[in-house]
Design a protein around this ligand. Structure first.
Ligand SMILES: *[C@@H]1O[C@H](CO)[C@@H](O)[C@H](O)[C@H]1NC(C)=O
Length: 194
C-alpha cells in the first residue's frame, strides 16, 4: 500500500510551513536558462537565469505542478532532462523526480533533485543513464518529501561543489508518476484528469 509506505517514511518529518522554492546549483562554468512549464491552470514562472558556478533560488507558488529543463547558453532551446515537481500535492506532500522521457540525450542540464537540508530522497543521476530517473512513463521513480525547498543540480561537476557522492537511497519509497503530475487530490482521491 503506497500511502502507508510514504506515511511511515515521512512520519517524523516536520510539516512544511514556508513557501516553496527550487534552488538551482550550477556545478560547472556554463551559464544556463531554466524554462518552466506548468500544468494547465498553473501560474507562469519566468525563465530563470543560472550563471555558471552559482546558486539561484526561485519561489514557486503554492500547489504548483509542472516541470522545468535547463539549456546552456549557445545550445539549441529544446526540452531536455526534466525536473518534475508537484508542490503541496496529495496529502500536502511535495513530489519530485527527474525524467529522461522527453530527451534522454540531455546530459548537460538537470541532474539530480533532493530536499534542501536533507540528503534524501534523491532523484536523477550524476551521470545519465542511471537507475534513478524516469525512462518510461510506468517506471516508479517519483520521490516524496515534507520539505518545501528543493535543490536541483545542473551540469557536470567540475570541482564537486554540490558533490553528491551517491545515487541510491533504497530506504526512500518511490511512487508512481501520477503523484508528480497532480493526478491525486489533496484529499486522497484520484483526480479526474482530462
Ligand atoms: C551552493 O549551495 C551548495 C549547497 O548548499 C553549497 O555547497 C555551495 O557552496 C553553494 N555555492 C555557492 C556558489 O554559493
Amino acid at each position: 500500500m503506497q500511502f502507508l509506505k510514504i506515511a511511515s517514511f515521512l512520519a517524523t518529518a516536520a510539516l512544511a510551513t514556508a513557501a516553496n522554492t527550487v534552488t538551482f546549483l550550477s556545478q560547472d562554468h556554463q551559464d544556463r536558462t531554466v524554462y518552466w512549464t506548468g500544468n494547465p491552470q498553473m501560474a507562469h514562472i519566468a525563465d530563470t537565469r543560472v550563471p555558471g558556478n552559482q546558486n539561484v533560488t526561485i519561489s514557486v507558488p503554492d500547489g504548483w505542478v509542472g516541470n522545468f529543463y535547463a539549456v546552456a547558453d549557445g545550445s539549441p532551446k529544446v526540452p531536455g532532462m526534466l525536473g518534475e515537481v508537484a508542490f503541496n500535492g496529495w496529502m500536502g506532500i511535495t513530489y519530485f523526480d527527474v525524467s529522461a522521457i522527453v530527451n534522454p540525450n540531455d546530459k548537460n542540464g538537470v541532474k539530480q533533485m533532493w530536499p534542501k537540508g536533507e540528503n534524501q530522497p534523491v532523484s536523477g543521476c550524476v551521470k545519465f543513464p542511471c537507475a534513478f530517473a524516469y525512462y518510461a512513463p510506468d517506471d516508479v521513480q517519483t520521490r516524496a518529501t515534507m520539505v518545501s525547498d528543493l535543490f536541483c543540480s545542473l551540469g557536470n561537476s567540475e570541482v564537486g561543489i554540490t558533490g553528491r557522492a551517491w545515487d541510491d537511497h533504497p530506504e526512500s519509497p518511490a511512487m508512481a508518476r501520477d503523484f508528480v503530475q497532480g493526478k491525486w487530490t489533496t484529499k486522497g482521491h484520484r483526480a479526474v484528469v482530462a
